[in-house]
Design a protein around this ligand. Sequence first.
Ligand code: KIV
Length: 249
Amino acid sequence: MTLKISLSESKNQLRKQAWLTAYDYPLGRLLDESGIDLILVGDSLGMVVLGYEDTVDVTMDELLHHLKAVRRGVKRAPVAADLPNHSYDTPDQALFNAKRLTEAGADAVKLEGALIDQINAITSHGIEVIGHLGMLPQHVREEGGYHKKGKSADEAKTILADAVALQEAGCCAVVLELVDASLSKTITERLDIPTIGIGSGAGCDGQILVTPDLLGLQPWFRPAFVKPKADLATPIQAAIKEYIREIRS
Ligand code: KIV
């Protein structure tokens, strides 16, 4: 069964999708064995693993390196991978890099924005594409920060039209990031493919989070919409301090 068919079935059965990100073998394996619906090797890699300020400078080589590690840990869940910034500026480049990601183990690729020619180029070669609308982190510098999208009538109209266009171009799902909650609900009702929200309210067909945010691994940066399920930074530091004490005593 293709990812597209299995996701549409889950939409029809009203079963919400729980997605998370991973960047290495242990996290990929833990998520897979916990029963997650899809693992994204996101370009959030830049911020939560590589120490960059944002996702803008993540490269294909970096993404491929981490995707291969995740793939080695995952047996069951589908693995999707982000096309990094400037890896899909033209339809030919998008297809070339989507193929590299699938050769490295991705079952689907994700790209930001309503780039219909790029999406058509990829889907027409049988590669599954996940769209991404709303706040587009690869544009955070032009945007001057992470802002809610779709609050004005004009912006809402554009996002809804883009979501329909992504579905028509063959996307298997669309991530809605920081989209006004009532607009997310409208898009979700309008589309046959699932919407996966991040900071976009509960009305989507599923949710995705950056796993280190969920686990409380990075207390120095926590997006306002995240409700962490753990505070792992604290026991990690406690264990390290205990080790240091033991060695020194
Ligand atoms: O890069 C990423 O992790 C993402 C998701 C959080 C949607 O794009």
